[in-house]
Write a protein that binds this ligand. Sequence first.
Ligand code: C5P
Length: 309
Amino acid sequence: MTRLELVDTERVVHVRAPGKVNLSLRSGSVGQDGYHPLVTTFQAISVYEEVSARPGEGVSITVSGEQAERVPTGPENLAARAAVLLAERAGIEPHVALHLRKGVPVAGGMAGGSADAAAALVACDALWGTGFSRDELVELAGELGADVPFAVLGHTAVGQGRGHLLSPALVHGTFHWALAIRHAGQSTPEVYAKFDELSGGRAHLEPDADIDLLLALRQGDPGALGAALHNDLQDAAIALTPELEGALEVALDAGALGAVVSGSGPTVAALGRNAQHALELSAVLASAGVADDVRTATGPVAGATILSR
Ligand code: C5P
C-alpha cells in the first residue's frame, strides 16, 4: 500500500490569517544581520488570506484571488517554506497541497505573504496532527520572516527586534480604515535601502516611543490615534513611489483623522471617524484616481484562525 492510500485524501483544513497595518514604525540603522531594529505597533485588520491544506505528494502551492499571478508557487513561497520548516521540526516528511486565496494586496506593505506563512503553519499543524503550541508556532514563524509571528497572533501588538518580538497592546473598540492600494507593489528590501540612503536610521530607539499611540488605543480614541500614526519608512516609500504623497493628501483633505504608508508601502491607510466615514474616505480616494483599488477594513481582528477542519 502506498502512503497516500493510508490517508484520507478528502481531508482539508481551512485557515485564515489577517493582513496588518503598522500604526507606527520607528527604525534604527541596519544591523550585522541585514535587518533594521524596529519599534513598531502592528494592527491586524479585516483583509484576509485564506489557506487550505490537504494531503499531497511533497509540498505544492496553488494560488487564486486578486494578483494571484504575481505570487511564486515554487519552494521559495513563504507558505511552502512554512510547511517544510514545520515538518522538519516535527521530524516528518512534508506532504501537503496548499491553496492560497489572496485577499491582502500583493507586495502592499500589509504582510500578505507573512499571513500565508502563518496560516500555512497553523493549517499543516492541524492536518498533520503535529500538536505544536501557539507559542511554538510563533517561534517557528519568527524564523520565516519578521512579520510572520504577528500574523499568527493578530490583534494589536508592539514589535521589537526585527518586528518579531511581540507584546500585546490593550485596545478598546474597533477602528475603521480606508486603504488606498497600488497594484505595482513595492519591494521591502528596496524601501529599506532607500531609507538607509536618506536617513540611515535612528541612533536611539526608545522602546516606549509610542506612548501616546498606545494610550489612544487603550482609550478607543480614533482622533488621538490618527494624530499618533507615524512611519519612519514613509519618506523612502514616497521617494520610490511619489504618487503616495497624493494619496496621503487626498485622505487628509477628505477629513481622515490620520493617514500613513503601511510598513514599506505602497498601501496608504487612512483612519476614519467611524464605518461610514471610512467608506466615504475610500470613495474619495477612488474618485481622485490616487489608487488602483480601495478597500475598507476594521481592526483589530484575530490572528491565524482555523475556519474548518
Ligand atoms: O523578514 P522579511 O523576509 O519579511 O524581510 C524582508 C527584507 O526586509 C529583509 O531581508 C530586509 O532586507 C528587510 N527588513 C529589514 N528590517 C526589518 C524587516 C525587514 O531591513 N526589521
